[in-house]
Design a protein. Structure first.
Length: 367
């Protein structure tokens, strides 16, 4: 790693990169909108749906990739890391589209999910056949298109990078892990549950890692490093700090899926309960609750008609059992491990400072 002097960047530099990602996404999707229109005006809603979705979000994965890149001393405004960040945002959007289909979610960030939006288009237009099936079909195609655009953009960034083969291999690994993790998540909703609390917790943590934690935090940071030519020593340190941070991030998301404020999450309270998510929170509860309480929780999981009062009862059960406190403890311990590893990571101090700010935001510690 080269050692060049640098001035620690103000948060404004990170904000400028976030703005650049948004502008590049707009530019890219405008071009694809024109290509769709050249085929047929009726094809443009596919691209418009993606464009609307990518305008939201906090760009966490893009910024993590940028800090992974900056940690090696690479320049802040290089077009390769910008395109890689755009590819990660498109990958995230594809995952969200498909996730909402799998979870039967009606909303995303307070707006109709993509499949519900296409379903509404069908109803408004008075088209033939089943509106819900059309919505699902159009959303699957939109998610597939978004995923293919992500691959296309990343391939160009990887080819021009310091380590094309390593970058492509890591991106491919990320994509495979997400698909496997999503399948395990779907399987857990339908498979007959076992009675071993330790096994249930391990399964929940496996889903957590591969469905979300690694592609949300571990791989973005690592991809930034690989694209810049970081060696294995640096990349090992990156993973040492990002693995616990990614798990803490997803554990917090699991808490929001049960206890979150709909005004903040953009989804109804208790949505994870209705979807039957067997998260670490649920695994801890099944370990701590008594027989009758376990039956109540099992009956609630996966019930799509679970009303506000029933959700509130399960929330109280999860809180009084100590399950919520266990998850919050895990988040705190994982956060401490991540920040400790960050302090030891071989990277430029400006990147360490920026990652420290970002990690604390992810952990809900402000800054």
């Amino acid at each position: 790693m080269s050692q060049t002097s640098s001035v620690p960047p103000a948060p404004a530099e990170e904000a400028e990169f976030i703005g650049a990602v948004g502008r590049r996404l707009d530019e890219l999707l405008t071009g694809y909108h024109d290509r769709a229109a050249a085929i047929s005006d009726s094809a443009t809603p596919l691209v418009e749906a993606i464009a609307n979705l990518v305008r939201g979000g906090k760009r966490m994965r893009a910024v993590l990739a940028w800090w992974g890149w900056r940690g090696t001393g690479a320049p802040a405004d290089d077009g390769r890391i910008l395109d890689a960040a755009v590819a990660l945002e498109l990958f995230q959007s594809a995952a969200l589209i498909h996730d909402d289909i799998l979870d039967r979610s009606d909303t995303r960030r307070g707006d109709p999910s993509i499949h519900r939006s296409f379903e509404s288009r069908h109803r408004r237009s008075g088209w033939r056949q089943d509106p819900a099936h059309f919505g699902l079909s159009a959303a699957v195609l939109t998610g597939d298109l978004c995923l293919s655009l992500s691959e296309e953009v990343f391939a160009a960034a990887a080819e021009a990078s310091a380590n094309p083969a390593g970058a492509r291999a890591l991106f491919n690994e990320m994509r495979f892990e997400v698909m496997a993790g999503q399948y395990l998540d779907v399987l857990d909703e339908v498979e007959v549950p076992g009675h071993d609390p330790a096994a249930a917790l391990e399964r929940a943590r496996t889903v957590l890692r591969f469905k979300s934690a690694r592609y949300s935090v571990v791989h973005p940071l690592g991809l930034g490093g690989v694209l810049a030519g970081a060696d294995e020593h640096v990349l090992e340190h990156y993973e040492r700090l990002s693995s616990p941070l990614g798990e803490a991030f997803q554990l917090q998301d699991d808490l929001l899926g049960v206890f979150g404020d709909p005004a903040v999450t953009g989804k109804p309270a208790g949505d994870d309960l209705r979807e039957g998510k067997r998260t670490a929170l649920v695994a801890h509860a099944l370990d701590l609750l008594t027989g009758d309480q376990v039956d109540r929780l099992e009956a609630a999981l996966g019930d799509p008609d679970l009303g506000p009062e029933a959700v509130a009862q399960i929330q109280r059960l999860l809180e009084s059992s100590g399950a919520r406190a266990r998850v919050e403890r895990d988040v705190a311990e994982l956060g401490e491990a991540s920040l400790a590893a960050l302090a030891q990571a071989p990277m430029h101090e400006d990147a360490r400072s920026g990652l420290d700010r970002l990690a604390r935001r992810i952990l809900g510690q402000g800054r």
